[in-house]
Design a protein around this ligand. Sequence first.
Ligand code: HEC
Length: 169
Amino acid sequence: MVFVDGTRILAAVSRDLIATMTLKRLTVVLLACLTLSACGGVDPNSPLGQRKAIFKQMLNNSENLGGMLRGRIPFDGAKFAEGAVKLDALSHEPWKHFPSVREEDHTSAKDDVWQKQARFQEMARNLETATGELVIASQVQPYKAGNLGPAVQKVEDACTACHKQFRDH
Ligand code: HEC
């Protein structure tokens, strides 16, 4: 009798334990989902997550620079020059986060990134050249917004050219 009761108690305890563990496991899964942008989203530490983050910073940066030239943001030559240096540094960063095999999900990079590596790399170098030239143009003093249009245009063209060929919209 005592034995049977003991087993019952044990069974009850282990049921509770299993319930608690399942709950804990669920919590872990839920938390993991929350740290991703959405459940089933992109892991920010993955190569894809990292290059997306860099591209976003590049966009913010180049929009600020373009904004200063187009009058959306007041022109400040020193700030512009600083932004150009940042954009130039960022423009060297995304490429190493393209792994040797394309991800299955969530990427908007076309297959061609992998099929036409030489062309892709060439367009990456074009951007780096353009941002390098922007840095030089931005350091010419006295600062003048009027001098910077062509250099910014060249950067924006380098973004667009690559997206047309290598990014799905
Ligand atoms: C050599 C090619 C290339 C150049 C140059 C390039 N990009 Fe991209 N960009 C890509 C590819 C490929 C993707 C898609 C990445 C992915 O989803 O795997 C992308 C994605 C992006 C995204 C979307 C990120 C996201 O959250 O999905 C933004 C924003 C972006 N690029 C901005 C820029 C800006 C701004 C420039 C220029 C300053 C630029 N890119 C230059 C190839 C390029």
